[in-house]
Ligand binder design. Structure first.
Ligand SMILES: [Zn+2]
Length: 200
């Protein structure tokens, strides 16, 4: 079962995840249309049973200003990079006891680099120390991927489950590849959570 209702912009761009109560309110107020309801599941009200919204679409297009986009945080950065050092390629689970994942500015801030998604990568503490205030090519390090800004949905859904119906709308807008990337991130988050539980 999903943990909320997927809300799409009028353009079908997936925007965010709402509580089902809030989603239903938007539909009742005619601010959104119900695209998909969960089969066999109902919201009870005193007078009637209402559909349980899985996907809604806003009637009017909402412009999402850039300042509302997600800031770089280690949680999302590590998830974007699959919990791997982008220089040596080692996964968090492959690090030695005193090593840990860090945030690295590809072009150091002290040399004019900016603090945004296209200039930050996940680096293990060893690679980060080795790099210091240099550019990767100045110390024989090579980036495995080109850093990019993750789309909103990857971030919003990084730690949630998608129902198959909701997944269909993500794939419709962003393509199957984005959906697969999302699934990898979700799996990683799930594994991390299980590992924490295991450590007690
Ligand atoms: Zn490394």
């Amino acid at each position: 079962m999903g943990s909320g209702c997927l809300a799409l912009n009028a353009s079908f761009e997936p925007l965010t995840v709402l509580s089902v109560e809030r989603a239903l309110r938007l539909v009742i107020d005619r601010k959104a249309e119900l695209l998909e309801a969960e089969e066999g599941r109902w919201m009870r009200s005193p007078r009637q049973a209402l559909p349980y919204p899985a996907v809604i679409r806003l009637v009017r297009y909402v412009h999402v200003p850039r300042r509302f986009r997600r800031q770089v945080t280690n949680t999302f950065l590590f998830a974007r990079d699959g919990y791997r050092c982008q220089y040596c390629g080692r996964h968090r689970n492959d690090l030695r006891p005193r090593e840990f994942l860090t945030r690295d500015h590809v072009v150091p801030l002290s040399r004019g680099g900016v603090h945004d998604w296209t200039n930050v990568v996940t680096a293990c503490s060893s690679c980060n120390n080795r790099k210091g205030n240099r550019l990767p090519q100045e110390c024989g390090l090579k980036l495995r991927t080109t850093p990019r800004e993750p789309n909103e949905v990857e971030l919003v859904w990084a730690v949630r489950r998608l129902t198959p119906v909701q997944a269909k709308y993500i794939a419709m807008f962003y393509g199957a590849e984005a959906l697969q990337a999302l699934r990898r991130v979700t799996e990683e988050a799930e594994n991390a959570r299980l590992a924490l539980v295991g450590e007690g």
